[in-house]
Design a protein around this ligand. Structure first.
Ligand SMILES: Nc1ncnc2c1ncn2[C@@H]1O[C@H](COP(=O)(O)OP(=O)(O)OP(=O)(O)O)[C@@H](O)[C@H]1O
Ligand SMILES: [Mg+2]
Length: 236
């Protein structure tokens, strides 16, 4: 569904990605893990048209995405839930969801999707008129995910959904992501919280200094002591 070949991203002189190859098949959850500054967000933002690509190729369902505007990429079916959630703090939960549906013309569909998201996250339903900025971190993450799903994307990119959340909330968010797969949505999951992501991932890529250092199934990377110790700094 998504093919990335030799991808290079640079901010001025600084290269964040130096030739990354990655593939995601329809229906998979693919995790990209790595330490701070590894290039995870740069990869995700390159896919969604937000990072400066200086080399390589990105194809989604056969269409080239390099140089395509990010709102066009959304319309092609790729949703992006950014790192740090970035909900509209001064808007209500409901308004955030409606803003997420900006590409959806049919009003009835917007209403149906709002209902679907409220049943996915009943906590959001209870807080529909609350300002998003006053939600807890976990609730804001739920809202960010739901907002991304308002366009019925076949493909969703999630950038560190577990950031700053308590373990129980991380578990709930990961369970929600596993549900997305069951609903037929393909997932690109960027995470520093490697174990949680690898547990639900079909396959994973370990990034370090802008290069893919390891790839394999989620289970293979989970069981790889070198990955855990050397690249992720997990004591084992
Ligand atoms: N807008 C930018 N301008 C200049 N340099 C940037 C910019 N965005 C990222 N970088 C640099 O690119 C490199 C990769 O950053 P990136 O945000 O992709 O890493 P990351 O793996 O997502 O890290 P984190 O886990 O901290 O979110 C870093 O060295 C970072 O400083
Ligand atoms: Mg990042």
């Amino acid at each position: 569904m998504l093919q990335v070949k030799g991808l290079e991203v640079a901010y001025g002189q600084a290269k964040a990605l130096q030739g990354v190859d990655l593939e995601i098949n329809k229906g998979e959850i693919v995790a990209v893990i790595g330490r701070n500054g590894a290039g995870k967000t740069s990869l995700l933002r390159a896919v969604t048209g937000l990072a400066p690509v200086i080399g390589g190729e990105i194809h989604f369902q056969g269409k080239s995405l390099v140089g395509v505007a990010s709102d066009r990429i959304t319309r092609l079916g790729i949703a992006h839930v950014p790192q740090g959630r970035l909900v509209f703090a001064d808007q209500t939960v409901l308004d955030n969801l409606m803003l997420g549906a900006y590409t959806v013309r049919e009003k009835a569909k917007v209403r149906r999707n709002i209902d679907r998201e409220f049943s996915r996250f009943p906590r959001l339903a209870e807080r529909r008129n609350q300002l998003a900025g006053t939600l807890s971190g976990g609730e804001q993450q739920m809202l960010a995910i739901s907002r991304g799903l308002m366009t019925d994307p076949p493909f969703i990119c999630l950038d560190e959904p577990s950031m700053g959340l308590a373990p129980i909330m991380v578990e709930q968010i990961m369970a929600t992501i596993a549900d997305l797969k069951r609903q037929g949505i393909t997932v690109l999951l960027v995470e520093q919280m490697a174990t949680a992501a690898l547990e639900i991932a079909d396959r994973a890529y370990l990034l370090n200094l802008g290069l893919v250092r390891k790839t394999g199934t989620g289970q293979e990377l989970l069981g790889d002591k070198e990955v855990m110790r050397q690249y992720l700094g997990v004591a084992i």
